[in-house]
Design a protein around this ligand. Sequence first.
Ligand SMILES: *[C@@H]1O[C@H](CO)[C@@H](O)[C@H](O)[C@H]1NC(C)=O
Ligand SMILES: *[C@@H]1O[C@H](CO)[C@@H](O)[C@H](O)[C@H]1NC(C)=O
Ligand SMILES: *[C@@H]1O[C@H](CO)[C@@H](O)[C@H](O)[C@H]1NC(C)=O
Length: 418
Amino acid sequence: MIFPKLMKFTIFALLFGIIHCSSVCPDGYAMVLDKCLMAIKNPMTHSQAETACTYTGGTLVNIKSAIENRAVSQFASNSGINQTWIGLFCFDNKNPSKCFYDDYSGTSALYDNFASGYPMVDGIYGGCVYTSTSGSLAGRWVSVKCEAESMPFICEMPISTYDASCPHNYNDFCYLKSSEMPIATGKFGDALKICEAQNGSLVSIHSKREIDYIKSLYRDQTSIRTILIGAQLVLPNLYSWTDGSNFESFDYRDPLSSASNNDNKCLFMDISSGLWSSGTCDYIGSSFLCKIPLSVVPTPQSEILSESNPSDFSKCNTTFLMAPGEFTSYGYLSTDPAEPPVYCTWKIVTTGAYKMRLFFTDVNTYNPIYVYAENGNEIERVRYSSSSVISRSNIVNVAFQASGRPGYTGFKAVVLAY
Ligand SMILES: *[C@@H]1O[C@H](CO)[C@@H](O)[C@H](O)[C@H]1NC(C)=O
Ligand SMILES: *[C@@H]1O[C@H](CO)[C@@H](O)[C@H](O)[C@H]1NC(C)=O
Ligand SMILES: *[C@@H]1O[C@H](CO)[C@@H](O)[C@H](O)[C@H]1NC(C)=O
């Protein structure tokens, strides 16, 4: 019978059509395989290119397979560019497992297409990676100094689920700003009810990219400085997200903001820095942000753990501390100094997309703490608590010589992606 066959085909075509149309990319981006890409022809240095991509919550293009490598090359040459930065930063010579993707999605240990002899990070070479679409090295990856070259590049954003009624669609969630709703502000309980009526919850935030995306939603809105987010204090210093997602995996609380007291059980995000601080849940003037799942909730990205020894809290002489993280002076909080006085250095790194902000939450030292840029130039001598220092690149070095004098308890620092 021909008819049922035709029916089947029609149903199949219909389903296929629905699946195809149900995915969407942000304006200016094209769908390539399972991601959204945009070529930018203006040549820029690596950090300028990263800044341009992260401005809206994206990142430089990632390449995780030979199929993607070909598709990205093809997309680049179709877009009229012959080179692109890749969102990958290498910390070691000829060791693709020490090249980290900018979105914290892991290393290039499983797939890479480095030209022979690369990655090479020492001397005239560097940790930033690019690929060309023409010439003898077409499709091959090469590492160079990040700031020495300018070239065109490709940004990447996650594909999202299409929803005609969604004003701000990102990574399978719809974001609704209270300032665009009939009730623009409210206290925590009321705001949560409004979000739940939309089948969502108050926003939960799980990556630096999501922070960047949310910042972009408020960039033109100078009247709003903080927004209420969906975190609630359940025990002293322990928060949970109202949508039930995991709070532990990503924490962007301002390490320098005062500890929450009993009245401050809610968190607010500063929309210029992205940092979270505690405040009262009962303030009726809070702007808030709802987040509504558009399809199956994606599994949270795994975090990269630092390589330091978990029994040594100071992480003294760490050569590869991956931010976010914490470190302290050797024997921190002890008033009885170690003999002889201990000298420590810390090399702190993050993925190439970000700089870092070092928050010195507690400083009680005789000598200052030296913070150096990647090239060895001194950025700052830290002497006081509540100072913060912003790195110049994704690598920063810290050095501290204990004085051996009694009565000084040392220092503690927290590092976050900036
Ligand atoms: C790409 O094009 C630019 C300008 O047309 C040229 O200067 C550069 O050498 C080309 N790069 C490669 C790898 O072919
Ligand atoms: C919420 O979900 C229910 C049940 O699926 C649906 O009937 C309702 O229209 C949804 N509300 C909104 C605002 O989407
Ligand atoms: C850290 O390294 C420095 C220089 O190599 C060394 O002098 C110091 O003793 C080391 N500190 C510790 C606690 O191992």
